[in-house]
Design a protein around this ligand. Structure first.
Ligand SMILES: Cc1ncc(COP(=O)(O)O)c(C=O)c1O
Length: 363
């Protein structure tokens, strides 16, 4: 199993396991924009290497100004972090929930970070017959039991979105029962604007709702790390009070500023590519006997046909230079579940050819 640290994208483990160079793999196990970073970001970084002799701005001011303008959000509502992952840890440290709710299957850090910070974790399950969503009754009850609830929108690993109506209902219940609602929108940029269900424009109505976003996936800078939280200024202050000064590095801030200023063409090409290629993958995998969950983001949850186990498929593909994420360890998923990123046409076709070969040759 490659998920030694609980995540995809572990090229070092893959290199060891399959006897290849780290650079030799096509990585479908991490969900990063296949176009790579926008040109402006790369240019900015190339020209900025000499700036590493300076400390970064601990107030993240330029980035916050550009972001606030882009999202029409007040700068006091923004907390910038070293990736969405740091934002989650600052939320837990700042708000000190004793009981945290999660909806499984979900991003493993919700549980891991909560337990690291001594919170008790309570969960409800998404149901396969409801596209992996939990019922509103179940989530509503969970909110009443806990101090903070994490919800993925779209959710990892299945890509499902709750409707805006559902989210508003949950935000109302959270206000009523003094619970914080943390909506993880790390992948929302991959969903076309008209289809995004986000509480962004409702934030002032729901002071206990927080949105967590990542710059690392859409702008393809996971190695640099950059994310942010949008929340009530009091929450932002609590988070900042727990943040290590300079935890967000100067190159990440510069890359973020350039990314937000990047032209609309980058967004348009990304959306087009993901929409087209997701369809190609869904159709081909369905023909191979896989069950593909109807997610909306840049990754797909796939159930392999019997008797394939994720762990065996991961190894067979790994030996052929292709990395996939086994999802067998997610609560509520089965041994045959894998997750794959939607990549570019060439990579996706190579993946499809190899998975077909494996299915034909190995069994
Ligand atoms: C659902 C979800 N949220 C947040 C993160 C963390 O994002 P970042 O790289 O910005 O820390 C991930 C990373 O895989 C993720 O899958």
């Amino acid at each position: 199993m490659l998920e030694r640290y609980g995540h995809g994208g572990d090229l070092e483990s893959a290199a060891k396991a399959y006897g290849k160079d780290e650079g030799a793999f096509l990585d479908f196990s991490a969900n990063i924009n296949p176009l790579g970073p926008p040109q402006q970001v790369l240019k900015q970084l190339e020209g900025a290497l000499s700036s590493i002799i300076r400390y970064p701005d601990p107030g993240h001011r330029k980035f916050k100004t550009i972001l606030g303008r882009k999202l029409s959000v007040d700068e006091d509502n923004i907390c910038v972090g070293n990736g969405a992952a740091e934002c989650m840890s600052l939320i837990l440290l700042g708000l000190q929930p004793q009981k945290v709710g999660i909806i499984e299957p979900c991003f493993s850090e919700y549980r891991q970070l909560s337990e690291q910070f001594n919170a008790e974790v309570y969960s409800v399950r998404g149901r396969q017959d409801k596209d992996w969503k939990a019922t509103m009754e179940d989530i509503g009850q969970l909110i009443q039991q806990v101090d903070l609830l994490f919800i993925g929108q779209p959710n990892n690993p299945n890509g499902v979105q709750y409707t805006l109506g559902d989210l508003r209902m949950l935000a109302e219940i959270a206000e009523q029962f003094n619970t914080y609602l943390v909506v993880d929108e790390a992948f929302i940029d991959f969903i076309p604007k008209q289809q995004q269900a986000s509480l962004l424009s409702d934030l002032n109505r729901y002071p206990r709702t927080l949105l967590v976003r990542s710059m690392t996936k859409f702008y393809a800078i996971p190695g640099l790390r950059l994310g942010y939280t949008l929340a009530h200024p009091d929450i932002v202050r609590s988070m900042k009070s727990k943040q290590v000064t300079w935890s967000v590095n100067g190159l990440a801030l510069l890359a973020g500023e350039a990314a937000l200023d990047s032209d609309e063409e980058f967004e348009r090409s990304t959306m087009e590519l993901i929409a087209t290629e997701r369809l190609v993958l869904v159709e081909a995998l369905t023909q191979l006997g896989c069950k593909v969950s109807p997610g909306e983001a840049n990754f797909l949850l796939v159930e392999l046909p019997n008797p394939w186990r994720a762990i065996d498929m991961q190894r067979e593909l790994g030996l052929r230079g292709i990395l996939i994420r086994s999802c067998a360890m997610y609560a509520g998923l089965e041994e045959g579940h894998i997750r794959i990123a939607v990549k570019d046409s060439k990579a996706n076709r190579l993946f499809l050819a190899e998975i077909q070969n494996v299915m034909e040759i190995v069994i």
